[in-house]
Design a protein around this ligand. Structure first.
Ligand code: HEC
Length: 155
């Protein structure tokens, strides 16, 4: 599998940001049975990982409101012509303290480019450029702003 290859070769490289909430995400539970194409994240292949605090993610639509400290991480890659593979951004949602930012459901969105450069963070660097994450995810407000993945890709 291309994805296992990328992981084992260390090509999913968001490590320059080892301080981020997503550091070490590849050792968390991967809730996707296989990488699947996400139309809403640049039509890239993605996986959805969650840390231990976010273990209720396993219940999908019955998860309720995830506790502070929950982190959900979505890594991504593109397959081009001639089997070329390009690693895409790491998308993070980190649950902050209640009241931190009600408009985002207290989720802090972060987007880290391959190589480790941070594109933006809610209420941080390029916060305006990250508003589109909140604007789309708010549609799933009744599920704590989480969409989960299509049934066929659930573990
Ligand atoms: C146009 C809508 C849209 C936008 C914009 C969007 N997302 Fe998502 N996001 C989704 C959908 C739909 C899913 C679940 C299915 C999938 O992966 O395609 C999802 C899933 C996720 C997940 C996994 C958690 C979950 O909801 O189950 C993370 C993490 C995530 N997005 C982060 C981000 C970040 C960070 C941004 C901004 C850089 C962003 N998203 C922008 C629609 C969007």
């Amino acid at each position: 599998m291309v994805y296992e290859c990328l992981l084992s070769q260390g090509q999913m490289n968001y490590a320059a940001d080892s301080e981020s909430a997503g550091a070490g995400y590849a050792s968390w539970t991967n809730y996707s049975s296989t990488p699947y194409t996400s139309m809403t994240h640049g039509q890239r292949y993605v996986n959805n990982y969650a840390n231990d605090i976010a273990s209720a993610y396993a219940r999908y639509e019955d998860a309720g409101v995830l506790p502070e400290g929950s982190v959900v991480a979505k890594d991504s890659f593109l397959m081009g012509e001639n089997k070329s593979v390009t690693v895409g951004p790491l998308f993070l949602m980190e649950k902050m303290a209640e009241g931190w930012n009600p408009a985002s459901g207290d989720w802090k969105y972060t987007m880290i480019m391959n190589g480790g450069n941070i594109f933006g963070v809610t209420n941080g660097k390029n916060s305006d450029g990250m508003q589109f994450c909140i604007d789309c995810h708010v549609v799933a407000e009744q599920n704590d702003h989480l969409f989960f993945m299509p049934d066929e890709y659930r573990n």
